[in-house]
Design a protein around this ligand. Structure first.
Ligand code: FE
Ligand code: FE
Ligand code: ZN
Length: 276
């Protein structure tokens, strides 16, 4: 079973997201927990969220991979930015708890000159602050391209954050193919080696979701520019090897490619064709 989908807009409500994804041929999806560049979040009626939960069950969807806003930076050098980031984080996790049992993915953050160790402490502090007994959402740290002072450009940096978390079973990793490639991991020529390295550094069971993107740039470019599947430097064959890899079966694969609905529909169909 392959779980594949794309990023959908929350503007028409929760149930509408499920229906939209199904119309594109998908059976998982991503959505922003609030406006990604602003910060506002409007209350969603529980009835709409429950309707989506029922729809997901009836249509055999996999786990959803919500995305925290880009403005959130849990390891900013500025205390006020860290504070509002932690508030967003707690509010968005509470929102996710209204739809139990899914993933909330977030960028570890940019340390802005503070250095990795201070940043890892601050990120883990925030995770430890929001995680409470009885919650059902799993937090996912996203692997990053290493643009600027981004934290999470190596598996070791991700592992160092997880090591500082108390409730380790509530935290996993979202493996972004574009980011990993631009960070310097050669998933084109040595996917097995990269996944082996992930396993030995973090543990493959922690790889819980995949952001499935081609890249506009060569390996190790640290730019973070996504491309449509097959049109970038990773290429179609290498990406199909990722979705077919035995170690990655059952994970939700989320397209974050620069596409409209028609493009997403085609990419979802392409992936499905190559799974048989
Ligand atoms: Fe992301
Ligand atoms: Fe991503
Ligand atoms: Zn990206």
């Amino acid at each position: 079973m392959i779980y594949i989908g794309n990023h959908v807009s929350v503007s028409d409500g929760y149930l509408a997201m499920g229906k939209e994804e199904a119309s594109l041929g998908g059976n998982t999806f991503a959505f922003f927990t609030r406006n990604p560049r602003g910060g506002g979040s409007k209350d969603v009626p529980q009835s709409d969220i429950d309707a989506l939960a029922a729809y997901l069950r009836e249509n055999n969807f996999g786990k959803l991979v919500a995305h925290a806003p880009y403005t959130m930076n849990l390891c900013s050098g500025k205390e006020d930015v860290r504070e509002f980031s932690r508030r967003f984080f707690a509010e968005d996790l509470a929102r996710m708890e209204q739809l139990p049992g899914h993933f909330l993915n977030f960028h570890p953050g940019s340390h802005l000159g503070q250095g990795y160790d201070v940043a890892a402490d601050q990120i883990a502090f925030a995770i430890n602050e929001v995680l409470k007994e009885g919650q059902t959402t799993t937090l996912l740290l996203e692997t990053m391209a290493g643009k600027g002072t981004e934290v999470g450009r190596t598996f070791e940096e991700i592992k160092g954050i997880i090591d500082r978390v108390d409730m380790k079973d509530r935290v996993g990793v979202c493996f972004d193919t574009c980011h990993v490639w631009e960070a310097g991991y050669d998933i084109v020529n040595d996917l097995d080696g990269v996944l082996k390295e992930f396993d030995s550094v973090i543990g493959i069971d922690k790889l819980m979701a995949v952001h499935f993107n081609d890249s506009k740039n060569p390996i190790s470019s640290h730019k973070d520019r996504h491309e449509k599947i097959g049109l970038g430097c990773i290429g179609k064959d290498a990406l199909i090897n990722v979705v077919r890899h035995p170690l990655l079966q059952g994970r939700p694969f989320i397209l974050e490619t620069p596409n409209d609905d028609k493009g997403y529909k085609e990419e979802i169909a392409l992936v499905r064709e190559n799974m048989v």
